[in-house]
Design a protein around this ligand. Sequence first.
Ligand code: ADP
Ligand code: ZN
Length: 432
Amino acid sequence: MFWEKDIETIEKDQLAKLQLERLQKTVEGASRSSYYGKIFKERRIFADDIRTLSDLAKIPLTNKDDLLEEWPYGFLSTPKDDIVRMHSSSGTTGRATVIFHTQSDIDRWTDQLARCMYMAGMRKSDVFQNMMTYALFTGGLGFHYGAEKLGAMVIPAGPGNSKRQIRLMQDFDTTVIHIIPSYALHLTTVFEEVGVDPKQDTRLRMAFIGAEPHSGKMRKRIETFYGVKVFNSYGLSEMSGPGVAFECPCQNGMHIWEDAYIVEMINPDTLEPVPDGDEGELVLTTLNREGMPILRYRTKDLTRIIPGECPCGRTHRRIERIKGRTDDMMILKGVNIFPIQIEKKLMDIPGVGNNFHIILERKDFSDDMIIKVEVGREYFTGDLKQLEGLRRTIVNELKSDILITPRVDLVEPDSLPKTEGKAKRVIDNRED
Ligand code: ADP
Ligand code: ZN
């Protein structure tokens, strides 16, 4: 059941002890970087000031902008010679950040991913098809090394080339896939096109999805179509990549590995801590990274700690699925809306297809939301009355949830532009 039972089920006081030891080492390491060296000097912080875990609060929060201003080497804490690999973020909300790893960083991250996959139920006998982008993006290589360490056979398929993906699954009896949720939905139409039913014609049993926000409804859709159990996987390149938090077989939130990160939750406006159970922005400190330790990093991801223990026996706390980033929030006519709220509603309406785009326009000082929704293939029959009924249902369902009335345009199945990586859901045409 466990990859490393002692660590996964560690008692709270033991964990606190381990965290403190690792934090002290991390802060000492960080002080050798030019960025933290400067900050510590300015604020008269010394590595031996960290005597308890609460002393972490003496250190200021680190933002993405700090990483960008110090680009590329300002956070490096070891000599450049010790670095064996670099990765970068996807640059979803602006410029990409760069992270450097020593061999020990890579080994620990690999082990963390093996732990995640083993926890979900993947074993040596599995065939793992990794459909994430390799290259600079962390999702590909991170999982690749983790799955090899676990001992599974890895098919490094990478993204795209959908028909070949399906052929690979059939020819090599793939049992586990790692895939971006929006791509998993798109792939369903390709399965239909080539007449392959994953439930009957493949040996798939499990899927890991992550890298972008998705609702429980979307997970359900993927589980139903593929006939697999789907596990949510969370991570960000600044914290090494995937493997930060992952679902266990109870599928009731993601265990966040507290031997590798110190977890804080703050109110993104006041920056004050919020208690377990309340929504906030996740702030993380690396505990086992030597190349580029990052202290109190503002992830901009909104979630909450789920109070209570998990029946699986792991003691690491759980976070709820990510609601979105603080900068994903759309403000329209004074109402705050996250794209995931719209996705959740849409995925629950029969007749809605696999993709949608939200377009924001400003006319005469008033903001409008236009939602382009793909119609499901089985609903796309040319029956105009049925389509108009669907359109009206979508408008009414959304109106009751997001409190503004969007314009809904139905479009043909599979007609909206797709990206190979993370889906781009919102197009904001409003001028600042
Ligand atoms: P970028 O921040 O430029 O997109 P990354 O590739 O590092 O680059 O992406 C990390 C971000 O992706 C996270 O901060 C989070 O917003 C999002 N993300 C990753 N995994 C998930 C997940 N399981 N659910 C929701 N969002 C996720
Ligand atoms: Zn659990």
